[in-house]
Design a protein around this ligand. Sequence first.
Ligand SMILES: CC(C)(COP(=O)(O)OP(=O)(O)OC[C@H]1O[C@@H](n2cnc3c(N)ncnc32)[C@H](O)[C@@H]1OP(=O)(O)O)[C@@H](O)C(=O)NCCC(=O)NCCS
Length: 171
Amino acid sequence: MSRIVSTEIVFAQGDEEIIKDCHRIRTDVFHIEQGFPLDTEFDDVEQIAFHFLLRLTELDPSTGETTTKSVGTIRGTTPGVYPSNNRYKLSRLAVDKDYRKYKFGRLLVEKLHKWIQEDAKLTNRPAEVECHSQIPVMGFYAKFGYTPEGEEFDEDGEPHQNMVVRLSLSE
Ligand SMILES: CC(C)(COP(=O)(O)OP(=O)(O)OC[C@H]1O[C@@H](n2cnc3c(N)ncnc32)[C@H](O)[C@@H]1OP(=O)(O)O)[C@@H](O)C(=O)NCCC(=O)NCCS
């Protein structure tokens, strides 16, 4: 049985190989596992959004060999990228099924939040973030301070809830 020995989150911008891994994970999770259509998965903001990839290194103790795998991704956009939204947006958070409940979702959200805090400071904007949460995942986002805003709505055939958090800039 392999053991996880290290993790890293890399910024995907400008690296087609990394973007390809982000897309593979999203296709597996949102399209194949959850049944969302591919044309809306890869939407109009895909090219101008910021993508992060979580990679881990596993050790096989019986052989001493290590392998590196890409197992999670998250996407962020800056205020105004979506015309109806003047906040940062968290989207396309996905962890491969076999690697859930290892706190990798948490690592990805924390990394995106850090990036947003840095950008907000540089651009003198409030670090307000929203995400369209699937209903069973609302409790996950609540752990990071997100609270529901407005009514549930349909997105790509599934009920979603807009959730919002304002991150501190004082750290
Ligand atoms: C949602 C998702 C990214 C969570 O990733 P994960 O790596 O399994 O989550 P973590 O292990 O980092 O969990 C962090 C915390 O959230 C909790 N949590 C995880 N999933 C949760 C859920 N669905 N509801 C409530 N809490 C949840 C964990 O118990 C943990 O709590 P703790 O830190 O207090 O112990 C993962 O389940 C996933 O990829 N799901 C399919 C894709 C998806 O639905 N994405 C969200 C679209 S809106």
